[in-house]
Design a protein around this ligand. Structure first.
Ligand code: ASP
Ligand code: MG
Length: 441
């Protein structure tokens, strides 16, 4: 079994839906996970936002605008009267349902139901389009098998059991269509896996049915080794390990959510990132294999603030770091990079909402200094410490750029430099030249 996930832009127009169908209707057995058409989930959050503020007029207007678009989609997608009628009835029911929320109480419980309707719409459109074309297709409602446990984490045992039962009950299909993003919580109420959660759905399904591969179809040809908006020549990375992919996802590559690949990683199922606009391109394969290529990619994280605390009390003292970290914790501010010396510690944060309060607490412990408008440059690759000289190559490449902090040794795959945001374009460019265009050749 293969699992294929198509994101919002890949099903964003009826033409794109037709392209998706061309890709999936090839006789191979697969589960297809679909996001909502791009823009729909945002519109549904807008509706919910109006209703939470008791503005029913706003909600009605947004629902009507969405409804108009979807009726147009039916006209464009379907050719037979039978399916046009069937889908018009379906849309009528769906939009009546959405409007029913404008009456009565509206809480976050109802909000969860509303924002999940985008996936119900997109999957029904693609499913019925496949039926119209006489494909051997079946619908697997995500709400029948996707569930979280009492900690709000996916309940993988339940998911596996339910999915297996559903597949056994209808075993001879080529294509099973299901919704990304939506699930039930431990009480059976409708919930979701957070914004962008369809990748997570695909990864969970892949693990639950022991898929041979999980394909994430988007509109770029995989992850690139540098930021194409800044650097002229970047290349798609053909292979990454799960660890490298997580580091990159965290440090700025917006293609995959860092936690999404975890179920695939534990089940040892390769995840491929492929391009619907160029389906034959190689894309990026993420697996448990580490490729012994020195440097794989560079990513940058912006809007970083560095906080430096120097205290003679740190000298030979224990518990100092704990006290410092507790202050950040109490203001729900997570720390990205840390460097220490015998008398001081520097940490970086990407959320300075509570900075003033944090600083005033820290000043009880020592002299505090901050640097704003900084950026983290993260280099990912095979950086096992026992392979001598690797960190030297990275620092040598950065030799003309003022470096505020360096972090190395936190994992075997990463070295990070903290620099001024103004120096970011120059740093990305120089790393590209020295590490990819020369070093790796
Ligand atoms: N439709 C949801 C969202 O926009 C889930 C997804 O696209 O992955 O967040
Ligand atoms: Mg998405």
């Amino acid at each position: 079994m293969k699992v294929l996930k198509f994101g919002g832009t890949s099903v964003g127009t009826t033409q794109r839906m037709k392209d998706v169908v061309k890709l999936i209707d090839n006789g191979e057995k697969k589960i297809v996970v679909l996001s909502a058409m791009s823009g729909t989930t945002n519109a549904l959050y807008e509706v919910a936002g109006y209703l939470l503020k008791k503005n029913t007029v706003g909600a009605h207007e947004t629902i009507s605008a969405l409804e108009k678009k979807y009726y147009k989609h039916i006209d464009e997608l379907f050719t037979t009267e039978k399916y046009k009628n069937l889908m018009s009835e379906f849309m009528k029911k769906e939009f009546d349902y959405l409007r029913s929320f404008t009456k009565g109480v509206f809480t976050s419980f109802e909000e969860k139901i509303i924002v999940g309707q985008g996936e119900i719409l997109s999957t029904n459109m693609v499913y019925n389009y496949l039926c119209e074309k006489n494909a051997n297709v079946s619908m697997l409602p995500a709400l029948d098998f996707m569930r979280t446990d009492r900690n709000g984490e996916p309940d993988s045992i339940y998911i596996r059991e339910k999915l297996t039962t559903l597949l056994k009950a209808d075993p001879d299909r080529d294509i099973y269509i299901t919704q990304g993003f939506i699930c039930r919580n431990v009480y059976g109420e409708i919930d979701n896996l957070q914004r962008g959660g369809s990748d997570y759905t695909a990864s969970l399904i892949g693990a639950a049915c022991d898929a041979e591969v999980i394909q994430i179809w988007t509109d770029i040809d995989g992850m690139h080794n540098n930021d194409p908006r800044i650097v002229d020549i970047t290349e798609p990375i053909h292979h990454l390990s799960f660890e490298e992919a997580s580091e990159l996802a965290y440090f700025g590559a917006k293609i995959l959510h860092p936690t999404c690949v975890q179920p695939a990683k534990y089940a040892n199922i390769p995840v491929m990132i492929l391009n619907t606009m160029d389906p034959t391109a190689q894309g990026t394969t993420i697996s448990n294999k580490t490729e012994h290529k020195l440097f794989k990619a560079v990513a940058a994280k912006d809007n970083i603030t560095v906080v430096n605390i120097v205290s003679s009390r740190m000298l030979l003292a224990y518990g100092f770091l704990r006290k410092v970290f507790e202050i950040f914790e109490s203001f729900k501010t997570s720390i990205d990079m840390v460097t220490t010396s015998e008398v001081g510690v520097s940490v970086s944060i990407d959320n300075d909402t509570n900075l003033d309060a944090i600083l005033s607490e820290l000043k009880k412990f020592g002299t505090v200094r901050i640097d704003k408008n900084m950026c983290i440059i993260c280099l990912v690759g095979d950086l096992d410490w026992e392979n001598e000289g690797r960190e030297a190559i990275a620092t040598e490449a950065m030799k003309d750029i003022p470096v505020r902090m360096i972090s190395y040794g936190g994992s075997n795959h990463n070295i990070s430099f903290l620099i001024r945001a103004d120096d970011k374009p120059r740093a990305l460019q120089v790393l590209n030249e020295k590490l990819f265009l020369i070093q790796n050749k």
